[in-house]
Design a protein around this ligand. Sequence first.
Ligand SMILES: Cc1ncc(COP(=O)(O)O)c(C=O)c1O
Length: 379
Amino acid sequence: MDIDLSPGLPDLSGFPRSAWWRAERSVLGGAAAAEFAYGDPRGSHTLRQELASWLARVRGVRADPRDIIVVGGVAQSLALVAQTLRAAGTTEIAVEDPGSRGAQDALAHWGLEPVPVPVDEQGLRVAELVRSGLRTALLTPAHQFPTGVVLAPDRRRELLAWANDGGLVIEDDYDAEHRYDRPPVPALQASAPERVVHTGSISKTLAPGMRLGWLIAPRSLQDALVAAKHASDLGSPVLPQLVLARLISHGDLDRHMRLTRGRYRTRRDAFLTALTARLPSVHVQGVAAGLHLLITFPELTGRVDDTDLSESLRGAGVLTHPLSWHRRTPGAPGLVLGYAAHPPDRLREAARRIAETVQSASRARAERKHVPRAVRDYG
Ligand SMILES: Cc1ncc(COP(=O)(O)O)c(C=O)c1O
């Protein structure tokens, strides 16, 4: 049976169906008829009120309900922001390298050219952003995708200085709630609400199929973003918004997150232990957080291509993302491995197949290297 380790998926089998069902029944029983009309394109006031206080508590976000636009996930936020900035004359946007391929494709689709800026163990190299002369940057500061590093305090200060000097940060808070070793760093938006566009969703905490998220922008951009949301779909579906509001107000979302955090931590530990036992030279990047791991193989640089590795793994029934999908600058081969959806036994089995595949790829390469020249020329 295939083991799908594509990054970004929470444990969908753990979706809190009973809590959702209870909340939906109660909402349907209690909502005023007027709630089902075309509403404010920013979304349900009830949900925006709950989000304002929940995001303040869990992420330190500073927002009034009227500053929040309910969207169909971070993907829609990126679409609305890109359209709005493009209409105002922006043509390029700095993106993290490595960084989310999906997010970059979305920006490019809406007419903004992504310009890569390198990421190291401290997060985005802000000095290079400053040197680039770009005025807009998309970042995942709390838990960088795909490296898993957290933007270091010095870099954070430099980035805020850049923003306060006329820059605009788009903060993609895509899985910030899943920190296992300590509470997550507060959102960047908390330090510069007029220079940061903050966006997040329930894709990683509940389920991506819900297509529900939030966008909180500086006041100067709000009218244009609300107009873009209105032009796009007149507003997000109301029933899931009211259900989410109730899950937040009754503590169900917090309870679900506490439960999944413990479960994901156990899974991450099991996977890491199995991987490092079978592949002692593997490099594991990032902090104990999120729904995926990035592993790299520095000693195989230039010898093994991670796209080939990922393809061989597909043949062995393990679906992964090669790091090079999410990277513009060449570097050590690597694999992005989503672990949250699988119990420890499956992850140990995946680690076994990954180790076998990596070992056989590096052996094949070493054998090729030692083939006598005449034979090699023949092939
Ligand atoms: C870094 C990053 N940003 C954004 C998204 C899209 O999130 P959403 O489902 O909220 O649209 C993803 C999805 O996996 C992601 O990995």
